[in-house]
Write a protein that binds this ligand. Structure first.
Ligand SMILES: Cc1cc2nc3c(=O)[nH]c(=O)nc-3n(C[C@H](O)[C@H](O)[C@H](O)COP(=O)(O)OP(=O)(O)OC[C@H]3O[C@@H](n4cnc5c(N)ncnc54)[C@H](O)[C@@H]3O)c2cc1C
Length: 556
């Protein structure tokens, strides 16, 4: 095995996901020479963002105003603080990052992206609706703006900028280069060392071989770590799982490819960097097993409308605010108290058609292809969108029946244990059905469904008219088994607003920068405990840009 000679560059960027691309583009725009490394083959260029839905958090945007949504920086900050729940001394930099990010989301962000050619769907989505008090978690108003072209559409301009810089000789891309260590000289990071991995023709997102062919060492004035989070590494997720969430489920699905392995955060920590809030993670509670998987344990998140009845593994209804799409962390925490890792949605064909959307670019081929005709065909036509219908037919987690008893039998058959008593499920279904007969009700979920339909876009595209689940005209009945799906890392490398990684005492670790999920999307956790959604891609862009600018200044 040979070792490649140390090479000089102004900066080395570790990780060619969205954060690494944003950082590289900034460095190149400032005329700096960059080596961009990634452990995966070229097919996976762009990392997780390629698979994403491209949803972006914007505040008081023209799209919102057109939908008659009154939003403001003040309201968004109230929501952010209620959602983040910052409560630790080490939240100082995360909080500063949150404030800077919010200013950007309420200010320059949309125009900056539009100038790069990014466009948004006119319909603004309402993610994380909250369900508690005004200053509690959740979005008071819809803020989730889907990029035209989903994740690949958002990636496009950043890939183009980096490819152009490559043509100009400013950027060198090296795939299959896995960084295993940071090199330090006199207390400053001066380079990286690692292994060159064997070429692999696997498809994008599939796990690639770890066969090593050579070692390498590289030197530069600055190193930016943009190597993503830990979501693909269940062993690390379990190690960091906090007690407050109860025990981690025995079986979880992966919402991210295997290369989201978290190794680089540990490598930077071993070199001396400060890592904060590792116990804060953002895992979804509406995961279903992908019937056509790309990566190991591949799960897809249902982006649910508010109407499905949510039952625990023994058939008891989840309490407020654990309604579909309301408060992910409260729901995860509640599931931790049930003694089981899975829960159930019980719904009707009418609800699945209007309310089920699946997260991910490949699950939304119409928007991803940027074809207006395909979008109209898929979304306006009768029936559920084709990818949802495909899950209904092939997905292992779906049970479809015309009567409730057969549905419960099917649910028990699926888990292989008679955990659900028919009487219990029937009690929950009938109790909620009785609350549908008046335009007013005491049931908090039915109140929320009616409230959501006051938002025009929800009424037309996202929230089924309230109806009895046992109304045969709304059927057949559907039950969906839901798993916890690992996705995002909310803590990480502690950084200041220039993206400089800090030492445990708070001083900058000279030469080292971090961006994206590896830095908790800025500061080591700008989301605090929870997220308002659509804040991750934007967090990668904002922190990647900051680290790129910071490093460009430092190596001037
Ligand atoms: C299905 C899906 C849907 C999503 N939808 C949304 C959405 O709508 N809105 C939103 O805001 N967010 C969404 N996200 C989250 C968002 O896509 C990610 O948080 C974001 O893309 C992370 O980018 P990153 O650059 O920080 O890391 P990554 O994309 O994970 O990139 C890191 C790169 O570093 C490389 N790497 C890791 N370790 C090493 C090493 N040691 N040496 C060399 N290379 C290394 C990896 O191979 C990878 O290419 C979604 C994610 C998924 C998977």
């Amino acid at each position: 095995m040979s070792t490649a000679r140390a090479t000089e560059a102004d900066a080395i960027v570790v990780g060619a996901g969205l954060a690494g691309l944003a950082a590289t583009a900034e460095l190149a725009a400032a005329g700096r020479k960059v080596i961009l490394l990634d452990q995966e083959p070229e097919q996976s260029f762009g990392g997780q963002a390629f698979w994403s839905l491209g949803g972006l958090f914007l505040v008081d945007s023209p799209e919102q105003r057109r939908m008659r949504i009154r939003d403001s920086r003040e309201l968004a900050w109230q929501d952010w603080l209620g959602t983040a729940g910052f409560d630790r001394p080490e939240d100082e930099w995360p909080r500063r990052w949150a404030e800077a990010y919010l200013d950007w989301a309420a200010g320059e962000k949309r125009e900056w992206l539009r100038a790069k050619g990014v466009r948004f769907l006119p319909h603004v989505g309402w993610a994380e609706r909250g369900g508690q008090l005004a200053d509690g978690p959740g979005n008071s108003v819809p803020r989730f703006h889907i990029s035209w072209g989903t994740g690949p559409g958002l990636l496009e301009p950043f890939v183009a900028e980096v490819r152009e810089a490559e043509r100009q000789g400013l950027v060198e891309l090296r795939f299959r280069h896995r960084v295993d260590g940071l090199t330090t000289t006199d207390g400053a990071v001066t380079g990286v060392a690692g292994m060159v991995l064997a070429p692999d023709g696997c498809a994008r997102g599939q796990p690639s071989s770890r066969e090593e062919t050579a070692s390498f060492e590289l030197r530069a004035g600055a190193v930016i770590v943009s190597a993503g989070g830990i979501g693909g590494n269940h062993e690390l997720v379990r190690r960091n799982w906090p007690e407050r969430l109860g025990p981690a489920p025995i079986r979880m699905l992966s919402g991210v490819p295997a290369h989201v392995d978290g190794r680089m955060i540990e490598i930077a920590q071993t070199a001396g960097a400060s890592v904060i809030n590792p116990d804060r993670m953002w895992h979804y509670t509406e995961g279903i097993e992908n019937w056509d998987p790309i990566w190991p344990l591949h799960g897809i998140r249902i982006l649910p409308g508010p109407s499905s009845l949510w039952l625990d593994a023994t058939g008891r209804r989840l309490p407020p605010p654990c309604f579909p799409g309301f408060d992910t962390l409260a729901t995860l925490q509640h599931i931790g108290t049930t003694g089981y890792g899975h829960t159930w949605f019980v719904l009707t064909q009418k609800i699945v058609e209007k309310e089920f959307a699946l997260s991910g670019s490949e699950q939304n081929p119409d928007i991803t292809s940027k074809s207006l005709r395909a979008v109209l065909k898929a979304r306006v036509a009768k029936g559920a969108p084709a990818p949802v219908e495909a899950f209904k037919q092939h997905g292992v987690d779906f049970v479809v029946e015309t009567d409730l008893r057969a549905l419960v039998d099917g649910m028990n058959a699926l888990t292989g244990e008679p955990l659900l008593a028919y009487e219990q499920v029937e009690h929950e279904v009938l109790a909620r059905d009785r609350e549908n007969d008046n335009p007013f009700t005491k049931d908090a979920q039915v109140v929320a469904i009616r409230g959501a339909r006051k938002y025009f876009a929800d009424k037309v595209t996202r929230v089924a008219a309230p109806h009895r689940l046992l109304d045969p005209k709304a059927g057949p009945l559907i039950a969906v088994r839901l798993h916890v799906l690992t996705r995002k890392t909310l803590g990480g490398l502690e950084t200041d607003l220039q993206g400089r990684v800090l030492l445990p005492g708070g001083e900058p670790f000279r030469g080292l920068y971090a961006a994206g999920e590896a830095s908790g999307f800025g500061g080591g956790g700008m989301h605090g405990y929870r997220a308002l959604e659509g804040t991750f891609l934007g967090g990668c862009l904002f922190s990647g840009r900051a680290a790129g600018r910071g490093a460009a200044d430092a190596v001037r």
